[in-house]
Design a protein around this ligand. Structure first.
Ligand code: ADP
Ligand code: MG
Ligand code: MG
Ligand code: MG
Length: 403
């Protein structure tokens, strides 16, 4: 077969590929294919048959990042992505696409087509509300995180899992883009909005006290093999409808701190908040939308805490983890990491290599500059005072304080 050695597929190749490798279409099917990817690292194709309405998504890992050819990334991330999607599907049923096939030769994953959902970042920029999101994402996170940790897992088995998801190159991207470059621009890759250049110089590049706290967080990220984290849980990795939430794109997954995922969700809801605050003209509509986003942050954290406490009591298996007070102490460390990462993400998406459309699409320059400064100040507060974040409301209070 042509698919016995790796090559980058085009739309014609992908049509042939799905006929040969998957049971979805028959040999005579008339197929259409389109590249639908928008990401930095991969090629995503939708293949469908007009006559039957059947469709499939094929995601192939390329050998280098599309955003910058000096980022080389192992195609092993396609294995990690496919295996993690399958594992998450077991731990949190209904919250990820079904995986039909992982192909280690072609480094590609064939999965359920979620075209009836929309990417959450786009929907939030269009100021749409999703009443079930906080409930869904808190269930997804508590199940995928707590159940893969040493609290619940047999410790030898957990160590083998740590090994299975070693992901050095993708972790390096995070270590550089999230935990290093926003604080010094040593790689000269930051994208700083010109009107806030001096502000960034003073508040980020010259703040030595902040650098020390970021350094501590960086080593926490690299050394705390706590749970199987998604590793890239922003609103561009979430497909959504009013009834359904599906998490995609776990190629950055590895055993890391739980707070990395939770903090990413919080930060990306805050970007949507800034977008709405800067762009909705009708005051009533704006107030209602901001309130929904604030409630969603609060509920995401508070429901996580509630579900954590319940699942912990049901599933804790380690003898010492049953010691009175440990569950609460452990939760405190998760919330501390959540706050820190929420701050690291708000800062890096504001000044780093990869920005977010929620902020860059704010056309009024003064409003955008103000939103970016607030992101940076809130981010610093989250990082420096990370020990003080204990409930959902603490996150919103920090935002309000920085306004
Ligand atoms: P990357 O790793 O390159 O960011 P993603 O997995 O995020 O790739 O996918 C890129 C885009 O492809 C998504 O934003 C979405 O529009 C589309 N896509 C990915 N997976 C699916 C899917 N299962 N169903 C429908 N569209 C998808
Ligand atoms: Mg993506
Ligand atoms: Mg993408
Ligand atoms: Mg990705």
């Amino acid at each position: 077969s042509r698919f016995d050695t790796y090559f980058l597929m085009n739309t014609e190749d992908v049509k042939e590929y799905v006929k040969e490798k998957l049971d979805i279409f028959d040999a005579h099917a008339e197929l259409e294919a389109k590249e639908i990817g928008d990401g930095n690292l991969n090629y995503v194709y939708k293949v469908w048959e007009e006559a039957t309405g059947k469709s499939v998504i094929v995601k192939q890992a390329g050998p280098e990042a599309r955003i910058s050819s000096d980022i080389k990334v192992s195609t092993d991330r396609a294995r990690i992505e496919a295996e993690v999607l399958m594992k998450e599907g077991e731990l949190a049923p209904g919250f990820v696409p079904k995986v039909y096939k992982y192909d280690s030769v072609m480094s590609c994953c064939s999965m359920e087509d979620l075209s009836d959902h929309v990417i959450m970042r786009t929907a939030l920029i269009n100021h749409r509300k999703f009443p079930l999101f906080a409930d869904h994402i808190s269930t997804f996170m508590v199940n995928t995180l707590l159940l893969t940790s040493d609290v619940c897992m047999e410790h030898k088995e957990k160590k083998l899992e740590v090994k299975k998801y070693i992901n050095p190159e993708l972790c390096e991207i995070t270590e550089d883009l999230v935990y290093t470059e926003p604080y010094n621009d040593i790689a000269k890759r930051n994208n700083v909005f010109p009107p806030i250049k001096d502000f960034v110089q003073k508040e980020l590049y010259e703040d030595k006290k902040l650098h020390l706290e970021v350094a501590k967080c960086k080593f926490e990220f690299m050394n705390n093999a706590q749970a199987l984290i998604h590793g890239d849980l922003h609103t561009g990795s979430i497909f959504i409808t009013e009834e359904s939430t599906k998490v995609i794109d776990p190629e950055f997954a590895f055993y890391g701190p739980m707070g990395y995922d939770i903090g990413n969700v919080v930060a990306n809801l805050l970007f949507a908040w800034h977008n709405a605050n800067a762009t909705i003209e009708n005051e009533e509509e704006k107030a209602s939308y901001l309130k929904w986003l604030e409630d969603t942050v609060v509920d995401t954290i508070d429901l996580f805490i509630e579900k954590y406490n319940k699942l912990y009591d049901e599933k804790v298996s380690d003898y010492m983890a049953k010691t009175e007070g440990f569950k609460e102490w452990y939760l405190d460390t998760i919330l501390r990491d959540t706050a820190a990462v929420a701050g690291l993400e708000t800062i890096r998406r504001t000044v780093g290599l990869a920005n977010v459309k929620d902020i860059t699409s704010i056309k009024d320059e003064a409003k955008r500059a103000r939103a970016e400064k607030v992101c940076i100040l809130t981010g610093k507060d989250f990082i420096i005072n990370r020990d003080r974040f204990k409930t959902g409301k603490d996150f919103i209070d920090a935002l309000k304080k920085a306004l």
